[in-house]
Ligand binder design. Sequence first.
Ligand SMILES: Nc1ncnc2c1ncn2[C@@H]1O[C@H](COP(=O)(O)OP(=O)(O)OP(=O)(O)O)[C@@H](O)[C@H]1O
Ligand SMILES: [Mg+2]
Length: 249
Amino acid sequence: MLAFDNVTFGYERSRNILDGLSFNVQSGEFISIVGASGSGKSTIFRLVTGLDEPSTGAISLAGNSNGQLLGKVGYMPQQDLLLPWRTILENACLPLEIADVKKKTAHEQVKPLLKEFGLAGTEDKYPGELSGGMKQRVAFLRAVLSGNELLLLDEPFSALDAITKLSMQEWLVNQWEKRKATVLFITHDVEEALFLSDRIFLLKNSPVTSFEEIEVPLPRPRNRSDLHRSDILQLKERLLQALREAVML
Ligand SMILES: Nc1ncnc2c1ncn2[C@@H]1O[C@H](COP(=O)(O)OP(=O)(O)OP(=O)(O)O)[C@@H](O)[C@H]1O
Ligand SMILES: [Mg+2]
C-alpha cells in the first residue's frame, strides 16, 4: 500500500529529519507511529501526502510514486484545519462535496454521524464556537469521510477526555474493519497504540534512519482486558522506556 524507499528529508539543508528511511505498509494494516516530540512523525505524513517532497529516495502509494499522492489519502493533520467560514456540517461534508455528492444527500449522510460523535446541535455552528476536543472530532470525521483507502491520522484523539477517547477508538476500529482501510496513526499514548494496531513503528534515533517495528501479539476483535495480559504490560513498559530514553537524547 505504502512504501518509503531510502527517503531523506530535512526542512533545512544542514539538518535532516529523516535519513535513508525505508519501510513498508501492507494494505489493510493498522500501524501506530510512536516517538518523542519533534522526532519527525508529522513530517512523515507531510511526505506521504506530498505536501513536502523527499530530497532523495522514493515514496510510493498503491504503486504510484512521488508526485501524485495528495488527494489519495484521508489526512487529519495535527492542527484540525477546519475552515472557519463554514459551519460544522459544511466542514464535515467537505470530502463528500469534493466527491460530487449532492449537498442534500451529503447532509443526510453526515448528520447522524455528528450525533454519534457527540456533536449533535453543532451543525450550524462555526469552528470558532467549538471546544478543542469537538473540533478534533469534526476533523477526524472529515478525514474518515474522504473515503480514501489510506488514512493518516495525526494524534486524532489527543484533546479528548478519557471516555470520549475510548468510544472514538472503538468507532475507528469499526470503520477500519468495515472499510478494510489502511491506517497510519500517530499517538503519544502507548496503550492506545497497543489496543489499536497490528504493528507499532517506534522512532528512536534522530535523524530517523529506521523504525523499530513491533508486532502487537493480540487477536482481533480486541478486548480492553487484553491490555492487562502480562506480555502486553511488558511490551508497554518497554515502549515507555524507549520513549523516555529518546526524550533524554
Ligand atoms: N515547517 C517546518 N520548518 C522547519 N522545521 C520544521 C517544520 N516542521 C517541523 N520542523 C522540525 O522538524 C522536526 C520534526 O517535526 P515533526 O513535526 O515531524 O515532529 P513530531 O514527531 O510530529 O513531533 P510532535 O510529537 O511534537 O508532534 C522538529 O525538529 C521540528 O522543529
Ligand atoms: Mg507531530
